[in-house]
Design a protein around this ligand. Structure first.
Ligand SMILES: CC(C)(COP(=O)(O)OP(=O)(O)OC[C@H]1O[C@@H](n2cnc3c(N)ncnc32)[C@H](O)[C@@H]1OP(=O)(O)O)[C@@H](O)C(=O)NCCC(=O)NCCS
Length: 226
């Protein structure tokens, strides 16, 4: 059951029990927009965030202050974006993924399910910006597979794939693909065997407790296998 709203500036289809705190702009139109923004049940969107049309967001979305989500993004259920996260257009984010404050995701970045991204990490999508003739320009986002954890302050270069379950140390510059279940850190990031303490993957109880800070929407029974 959706509530429809289509005022002059905004077009959004909202699920049940969504909390949108003004002055957030939810369903912002732009020239050439096609579809209203769609958001599932139990979303919480904090003031000063802007989410565009032609984007689709699942249930239990949580969004801090000054977040920007541009057009043609697809966010699965239970995605958390902390304050000042920016998702340029055509970004995909899998279920249960949590992105800490000040993270930048350019267009065509793909994050899997249950991914953690530490604060201030920057993803990149253009290896030779502003120096290539348009016909030679290659815009290629990073692909981050399920259950990856990326530390704070990292740079993830264009087109890099980080394999399932891998762990990237804080401050790393990831210049090439990281195999699954690998520890990588440093500038440029080198690959190391995963220590036993990190082998279990991301734990839902640490990914999700943020709901406790957000009030009555808390759902401690949630598991990523839903
Ligand atoms: C990579 C990481 C998991 C390694 O932890 P660890 O297994 O306990 O490793 P240690 O602290 O014993 O460090 C082992 C060696 O690697 C170095 N090292 C550790 N982390 C590093 C990093 N991120 N970059 C560069 N070198 C690093 C240490 O200096 C040490 O070097 P040495 O043997 O020459 O003394 C951890 O340091 C890290 O970066 N975690 C992510 C933190 C983060 O960003 N959190 C975000 C949420 S706040």
């Amino acid at each position: 059951m959706f509530r429809e709203s289509d005022t002059s500036d905004l077009a959004v289809r909202l699920g049940e029990r969504c909390r949108i705190e003004p002055p957030a702009l939810v369903g912002r139109k732009y020239e050439g927009w096609k579809e209203a923004l769609s958001i599932g049940d139990d979303a919480i969107i904090r003031p000063y965030s802007v989410i565009y049309c032609d984007t689709s967001i699942g249930h239990h979305f949580q969004c801090g202050y000054f977040v920007i989500v541009r057009a043609e993004c697809v966010l699965a259920d239970r995605v958390t974006l902390m304050s000042r996260v920016t998702l340029e257009g055509r970004v995909h984010v899998g279920a249960g993924t949590k992105i800490m404050a000040h993270v930048y995701l350019p267009s065509r970045t793909r994050l899997g399910s249950m991914v953690f991204v530490g604060p201030g990490t920057t993803f990149l999508n253009d290896r030779h910006p502003i120096r290539m003739p348009a016909e030679q320009m290659v815009v290629k986002g990073a692909a981050i597979e399920d259950n990856v954890s990326i530390g704070g302050g990292c740079a993830i270069l264009p087109g890099v794939t980080i394999g399932e379950g891998s762990f990237i140390g804080g401050g790393s510059v990831v210049t090439k693909d990281v195999p699954p279940w690998t520890l990588a850190y440093g500038v440029p990031a080198r690959h190391y065997p995963m220590p036993a303490s990190l082998r279990e993957g991301n734990r839902p109880e640490f990914m999700y407790p943020q709901v406790d800070l957000w009030g009555p929407h808390s759902d401690p029974s949630w598991s990523p296998d839903e």
